[in-house]
Design a protein around this ligand. Structure first.
Ligand code: PRP
Length: 211
C-alpha cells in the first residue's frame, strides 16, 4: 500500500482529482471529517493534513509521497525528494503594502508573515534590515492595524490584497504544487510510487479541478 499526505483545502481537492484517476474513484465529497481515506482498488491510503504539514509526514516516512506547495518547501527545507511540478496551485510569494506606501528606510522594516525564512532570505539579499512577526493566517490585517509595515504572503488572484487596500510591491518567487517523496520509500517502493505518479500526470488538469 502507498500512503499519500494530501493538503486539506483547495490544493488537496485538486490533487485528489488527479490522483483519484479519471473515474474519480476517490473524492472528498461526503467524507465528512474523516482524515484517512482508502482507495482499496488502487491500494492507496490518503492522509488529509494541514497544507504546511504534508512535508513533515513525508520526511518522517509515515507517508510515502505527498503534495506540498513550493512555498512550504522553500520555507521549511524538508529532507525529501521533489519529483514533479504538478502545475496547479499556482501563486506568487510577494511583498505587499498599503496602497501608495514607500519604504522610508529609516528603521528596520516590520514584516508580518507566515514565511519568516523566505522573508529574511529575500531582504538579506537586498541588505535591508527587517523584523519579522510570524502570523498563521489573515496576514493582510497586520499593516491595516499598524502591527507591521508590510507583509510577505502568497498572492493568487490578488483579491485579498485589493479588498484590504493593499498592493504587491515586489514578487519574490512563483509557487505551485509539488509532488514530494520520502527518500527511503522512493528507493524501496519506486515502481508502486511511479505507477501512482504516472496516473496522476496522465489525468488532464482540466478534469473539473476546483482550485
Ligand atoms: C491565502 C494567502 C492570502 C490569500 C491570497 O490565504 O495567505 O491571504 O490566500 O489569495 P488571493 O490572492 O486569491 O486573494 P488563505 O485563503 O489560505 O487563508 P489564510 O489567510 O488563513 O492564510
Amino acid at each position: 500500500m502507498i500512503s499519500i499526505a494530501l493538503p486539506k483545502g483547495r490544493l488537496g481537492r485538486a490533487a485528489l482529482e488527479r490522483m483519484g484517476g479519471a473515474d474519480g474513484a476517490c473524492t472528498l465529497e461526503g467524507q465528512g471529517r474523516r482524515l484517512v481515506l482508502e482507495d482499496e482498488a488502487r491500494n492507496i491510503r490518503y492522509f488529509l493534513v494541514k497544507p504546511s504539514d504534508t512535508a513533515i509526514y513525508v520526511e518522517h516516512g509515515v507517508a510515502d509521497i505527498g503534495i506540498a506547495g513550493r512555498d512550504v518547501l522553500l520555507e521549511t527545507r524538508p529532507d525529501v525528494y521533489e519529483l514533479h511540478d504538478l502545475g496547479f496551485g499556482r501563486c506568487s510569494m510577494a511583498v505587499a503594502a498599503p496602497t501608495g506606501w514607500h519604504d522610508a528606510r529609516n528603521a528596520p522594516l516590520r514584516i508580518a508573515t507566515t514565511y519568516p525564512t523566505c522573508a529574511r532570505e529575500h531582504f538579506d539579499r537586498k541588505g535591508r534590515q527587517i523584523e519579522t512577526i510570524t502570523l498563521h493566517g489573515s496576514v493582510e490585517l497586520a499593516p491595516l492595524l499598524g502591527l507591521s509595515d508590510v507583509i510577505v504572503d502568497l498572492v493568487e488572484t490578488g483579491a485579498t490584497l485589493r479588498e484590504n487596500g493593499l498592493e504587491a510591491v515586489e514578487r519574490i518567487f512563483e509557487s505551485s504544487a509539488r509532488l514530494i517523496a520520502n527518500k527511503s520509500s522512493y528507493l524501496f517502493k519506486r515502481s508502486e510510487i511511479d505507477a501512482v505518479i504516472q496516473g496522476m500526470l496522465e489525468t488532464p488538469a482540466s478534469a473539473g479541478i476546483d482550485a
